[in-house]
Design a protein around this ligand. Structure first.
Ligand code: IPM
Ligand code: MN
Length: 356
């Protein structure tokens, strides 16, 4: 098979971790006789520095011409501390989501036995938790217009908009994911207050009839925030709108104690994007200490979702598990034992792939 991917390292630790994920992808492709071609492009603060904009047209064209995008992270402290900066790296991320039509952000939440002790929850609550958050990514308050300030500057407004089409496609996708998993879907909204949420619920109730073999439940977002902490093992697939999803997926990602381990997939109308959940970790940039596993697992998701290469994705997962069993891990998860560098972890995983 021919795999044609765009590689967007971005900012902070992005370049280092993406290098490892790319090397792992190369190793998989040579083992399974796939032909990999890839091109790199700029995104984020580095793109602002070099071109003046965070998501240059050239990068967009490369993404559109590729079968999948492997993405690192964006963000730079020099923008965080300057709220009046007109151009910001995050704008590049939002533009990329909109222009590539990345409507569904999939964040699988699962635990790793050797990291359970890092969870803020008691091990018995979280051990074995395994669910998929599906966050709508191109609608809602992030993109609704009007958005702005009154003339006197003392009133501000954002608009939450959802169309039937946007809701239908993500609810259907979530049912399909539930079909491949444990056949339970939780639809999270605020239908007791918000009009957009009532449309979500109405449409979900229509689609529910097409999937009688899936157990459907409806939950208000405030309750969902509580249940994720109290009983995370009750969830299988959870779907929700953009802002609720932003908040709930941060919550869900930390309860496992494995933030540095979690990958994500943003399913697009044109091209899909695969990236770690954690950010650009600027303090570690260039030091060869960042944990590359979430990006390597994102490459596994890419093989599975964008190319339907299940066996290849599974071998990456197996290699990642093996590296953890062998305690070949970076300092963030080394628990007082020897810490390996970013590249050492990547090399160990590549060797495992070659030999298994
Ligand atoms: C995320 C991030 C982004 C978001 C920011 C950086 C714009 O928090 O991917 O979850 O809010 O969507
Ligand atoms: Mn977020």
């Amino acid at each position: 098979m021919k795999l044609n991917i765009a590689v967007l390292p971005g900012d902070g630790i992005g370049p280092e971790i993406v290098t490892q994920a790319l090397e792992v992808t190369k190793a998989i492709c040579s083992k399974f006789n796939h032909e990999l071609s890839y091109k790199e492009a700029l995104v984020g603060a580095i793109a602002i520095d070099k071109t003046g904009v965070p998501y240059p047209q050239e990068t967009h064209e490369l993404c559109m011409a590729s079968d999948a995008v492997l993405f690192g992270a964006i963000g730079d402290p020099k923008y965080d501390n300057n709220p009046s900066a007109k151009v910001r790296p995050e704008q590049g991320l939002l533009k990329m989501r909109k222009d590539l039509g990345l409507y569904a952000n999939l964040r699988p939440i699962n635990t790793f036995p050797s990291l359970i002790h890092k969870s803020p929850l008691r091990a018995e609550l979280v051990d074995g938790a395994d669910f998929m958050c599906v966050r709508e990514l191109t609608g809602g308050l992030y993109f609704g217009r009007p958005q702005g300030r009154s003339e006197d500057g003392n009133t501000a407004y954002d608009t939450c908009v959802y169309t039937r089409e946007e809701i239908e496609r993500i609810v259907r996708l979530s049912y399909k994911l539930a079909e491949q998993r444990n056949k339970k879907l939780t639809i999270v909204d605020k239908a007791n207050v918000l009009c957009t949420s009532r449309l979500w619920r109405q449409i979900a109730q229509e689609i529910e009839k097409e999937f009688p073999h899936i157990e459907t439940e409806y939950m208000f977002v405030d309750n969902a925030a509580m249940q994720i902490i109290q009983w995370p093992k009750r969830f299988d697939v959870l779907v929700t709108e953009n802002l609720f999803g932003d908040i709930l997926t941060d919550e869900a990602s930390v309860i496992t104690g494995s933030l540095g381990m979690l990958p994500s997939a943003s399913i697009g109308i044109h091209t899909s994007v695969f990236e770690p959940i954690h950010g650009s970790y600027p303090q570690a940039a260039g030091k060869n200490i960042a944990n590359p596993l979430a990006t390597i697992l994102s490459a596994a998701l890419m093989l599975e979702y964008a190319f339907d290469l299940k066996e290849e994705g599974a071998l990456i997962r197996k290699a990642v598990d093996a590296s953890m069993d062998a305690k070949v891990v970076t300092e963030d998860i080394a628990s007082g034992e020897k810490a390996y560098s970013t590249s050492e972890v990547g090399e160990w995983i590549i060797n495992f792939i070659k030999n298994n």
